[in-house]
Design a protein around this ligand. Sequence first.
Ligand SMILES: [Zn+2]
Length: 88
Amino acid sequence: MLSIIPHYTIIVCPNCGLVQYIIEGQKTRKCPNSKCKKTIDLRRVIVYGRTSDIQKAIVMVQKIKEKNHHLEKMKDIRPILDEEDDES
Ligand SMILES: [Zn+2]
C-alpha cells in the first residue's frame, strides 16, 4: 500500500543566502533567519535538491553550507548533490 510521502526541497533564500529545506507543495515561506524574515516565493527560487528522506535533506543542507564556505558567491552547486539524487 502506497501512502503519500512528503518530499523535501532544498532551497537557498535569495535574500540572505540561508540554505534550508522545505516540504514540497508550499508556495511561500518566511525565511527562518531572524535577521532576514523575508517571504520567499518558492516558485521562483532555484531548487538544489529533492528527497523524500528527511535525513538526506538535512545532509544536503549541511553539504551546501560547507561548500558555500569556499565560494564567494552562490554558484550552481547542483553537481555536488548528484550523489544524493537517486530518485529521479
Ligand atoms: Zn533569508
